[in-house]
Ligand binder design. Structure first.
Ligand code: SF4
Ligand code: SF4
Ligand code: FES
Length: 504
C-alpha cells in the first residue's frame, strides 16, 4: 500500500501520521483513529459535500475534509477564526447567534397572504437574483478566511449573503440594506477570497455584496467618503483629484507609439492613478511595451473605468463612465486593450459585457508576445498578488514568470502572497482604519522576506502597501527605540512596468 504523511493539529500541536494515499482527509482521520487507536475529534455527517460540517483548514485554506484528497506533507488544522473546542472541532455558536440576530426569516405583511392564509406565490423572474445566493451549506469557510472579518467588526460574507437573500425577495419587508450597513457591509474589500473558498461556488461578492451595496446606496446608507470620490468623478471623470499634469494631458505624450515590425498593436487604458498620480509608471509601461515589439495607441479622452463606483454600489455613475469608454475603445483598430491596474483590468474584462475588444493585463500580454532578454539586475524582490488580478482575472503565473526571467534577480515568495492588502472595494477611501489594519498584516509579511522591493500590478495596492510599510517602520522604530526611521530597511513598492523599465 502506497502511503503519505500528513500532520494533524491537536490542540495546537501537530502530530504526524502515515495514511494510505488517494483517500479523503475525512477517511484519513477515520483511518488514524482506528489504526493508531487515536481519538481525534472532528465533525462530519453527510460525507458527500452536502452538510458543511467537516470544513477545516487544510494547507492554510478552508476546505471540506470529505471532498479533499490527502497529499504528502499536508497540514490539517481546525477552521480559523473560531474558538477551538477540541482538536478539529470549533465553536460555531457565535455564527448561529448572529444568524438569529439578523432575523433570518422572511418578514412579510399580512396582505402578502391569500384567503387561506398561505403566503402569496411569486414568479421565477422575481427571484432570479435570489437564486444566485442560495445553496449555502453553512460550512463557514468564507467566514474563516475573510480578512475584513478578521480585522474589523464586519459580520462577514455569508451573513451578507443571507441578508441579500431576503433583500432580493419581493415578499420580504425587512430593512435588509439598513441591517447590512450596520453590519459593516462597506468593510468588505471585494477581495474575492470568500468566493474562491466557497464549496458551493456562490459568487458572494458580485451576486450579494455589490448588489446589496447598490440597494444601500439608493436608500441613503452610504459612506460620506464615497460621496467625495463620486464628486471627483462627476467633476473631472477621474476618481482622484488632479495634483500635477496628468499623463494624458502631458504635451510630450503622443497619441501613438508605433514600432517597426510590430508583433501586436494595443490601446493603453491608463486608469485614474496612473493618469493623475503615477505618470512615471505610465511612461515606463509605454517603453516596456515598445521594447517587446508592441505598438501603443493612447486614446486621450478615456475616463475612469468605473470600478470604484461599481464596487461601492454607485451604479449610475459607473454606467455613464462605461458608456463613454465603450464608445472610444469599441471603435479602435487594435489587437487588445492593455491595463497596468488590476482593478481596471478586472472591470473591463468582467463588467464591460458589451465590449468589442480583448482586454489584457500587461503581464499576460508580455508573456503572450514573448519575453525579451533582460539586463541583469542585482535585487531581491517579492511579489504581491492583487486580488483583482489573481481572483479577478486568474493571473498569477505570468508576473512570476517575468520576474524569474530577469538575470540576477532573487525572487522570494512572502507567506501569503495573495492575501488582500486592504485597499480594495472602497475600503481605503471609506474605512481607512480597516484598510490600515488589513494592510499591517501584509506589511509584516513583506518585511519578513527581507526583500529590497515588492512588485505588484495595481496602483491602488502600490499606494496602500507603501503606506502600510511606512506605518510599520514607524511602529518598529518606536518599539526598538531607534532615533531615526531611516535605520530600518526601506522596502520599495513598484509596479512591474517600472521594474521592467530598468532592465530593457
Ligand atoms: S470579498 Fe474578501 S473582504 Fe469581502 S466578504 Fe469576501 S473575503 Fe471578506
Ligand atoms: S457561503 Fe459558501 S463558504 Fe460561506 S458558509 Fe455558505 S457554503 Fe460555506
Ligand atoms: S461531511 Fe458533510 S460536507 Fe463533508
Amino acid at each position: 500500500m502506497k502511503t503519505v504523511k500528513i500532520k494533524v493539529s491537536r490542540n495546537g500541536v501537530f502530530e504526524e501520521y502515515e495514511v494510505p494515499e488517494n483517500i479523503t482527509v475525512l477517511d484519513a482521520l477515520n483511518y488514524i483513529n482506528k489504526t493508531y487507536n487515536k481519538n481525534i475529534q472532528y465533525r462530519a455527517s453527510c460525507r458527500a459535500g452536502q452538510c458543511g460540517s467537516c470544513a477545516m483548514t487544510i494547507n492554510n485554506e478552508p476546505k471540506l475534509a470529505c471532498k479533499t484528497k490527502v497529499e504528502d506533507g499536508m497540514k490539517i488544522e481546525p477552521l480559523r477564526g473560531f474558538k477551538v473546542i477540541k482538536d478539529l472541532i470549533v465553536d460555531r455558536s457565535s455564527y448561529y447567534k448572529k444568524l438569529y440576530n439578523l432575523r433570518n426569516y422572511l418578514q412579510y405583511d399580512e396582505e402578502e397572504k391569500d384567503k387561506e392564509g398561505e403566503l402569496l406565490s411569486i414568479c421565477p423572474n422575481d427571484i432570479k437574483d435570489l437564486k444566485n445566493v442560495r445553496g449555502c451549506i453553512d460550512c463557514l469557510s468564507c467566514l474563516s478566511i475573510c480578512p475584513s472579518r478578521k480585522f474589523s467588526d464586519y459580520a462577514g460574507p455569508t451573513f451578507m449573503r443571507q441578508l441579500a437573500r431576503f433583500a432580493f425577495d419581493p415578499r420580504d419587508k425587512g430593512d435588509r440594506e439598513k441591517e447590512a450597513y450596520f453590519e459593516h457591509i462597506y468593510n468588505c474589500t471585494t477581495c474575492g477570497k470568500c468566493v474562491e473558498v466557497c464549496p458551493q461556488e456562490i459568487d458572494i461578492v458580485h451576486k450579494a455584496i455589490e448588489k446589496l451595496r447598490a440597494l444601500s446606496f439608493k436608500n441613503g446608507y452610504y459612506l460620506n467618503n464615497h460621496l467625495a470620490v463620486r464628486e471627483n468623478v462627476l467633476k473631472g471623470n477621474r476618481s482622484v483629484v488632479k495634483e500635477k499634469t496628468p499623463l494624458l494631458e502631458d504635451k510630450n505624450i503622443k497619441e501613438e507609439y508605433i514600432v517597426e515590425n510590430e508583433k501586436m498593436r494595443v490601446a493603453f487604458f491608463t486608469g485614474c492613478l496612473v493618469d493623475y498620480r503615477l505618470q512615471d509608471v505610465g511612461k515606463s509601461a509605454i517603453r516596456v511595451l515598445n521594447a517587446h515589439g508592441i505598438s501603443v495607441i493612447i486614446p486621450k479622452n478615456q475616463v475612469c473605468c468605473g470600478s470604484p463606483f461599481l464596487r461601492t454600489g454607485q451604479r449610475d455613475v459607473a454606467h455613464k463612465l462605461k458608456k463613454h469608454n465603450l464608445n472610444i475603445f469599441n471603435n479602435l483598430d487594435v489587437d487588445a486593450v492593455v491595463t497596468i491596474c488590476a482593478g481596471c483590468g478586472s472591470t473591463l474584462k468582467n463588467d464591460y459585457v458589451e465590449k468589442d475588444f480583448k482586454v489584457m493585463d500587461i503581464t499576460e500580454l508580455l508573456n503572450n508576445v514573448g519575453l525579451i532578454e533582460y539586463k541583469p539586475l542585482d535585487i531581491k524582490v517579492t511579489y504581491h498578488d492583487p486580488c483583482h488580478l489573481k481572483r479577478g482575472q486568474g493571473i498569477y503565473l505570468e508576473p512570476r514568470n517575468i520576474l524569474k526571467n530577469m538575470p540576477n534577480l532573487e525572487f522570494i515568495e512572502m507567506e501569503i502572497p495573495d492575501q488582500c492588502c486592504g485597499a480594495g472595494g472602497g475600503v481605503r477611501s471609506g474605512k481607512p482604519e480597516v484598510a490600515s489594519a488589513i494592510g499591517k498584516r501584509k506589511a509584516k509579511m513583506i518585511y519578513d522576506t527581507d526583500a529590497d522591493c515588492v512588485i505588484t500590478v495595481c496602483p491602488f495596492c502600490e499606494y496602500h502597501i507603501r503606506d502600510s510599510l511606512n506605518k510599520l517602520k514607524s511602529e518598529k522604530a518606536k518599539k526598538e527605540n531607534l532615533k531615526d526611521i531611516k535605520d530600518i530597511k526601506d522596502i520599495k513598492v513598484m509596479n512591474i512596468a517600472s521594474l521592467l523599465d530598468k532592465v530593457i
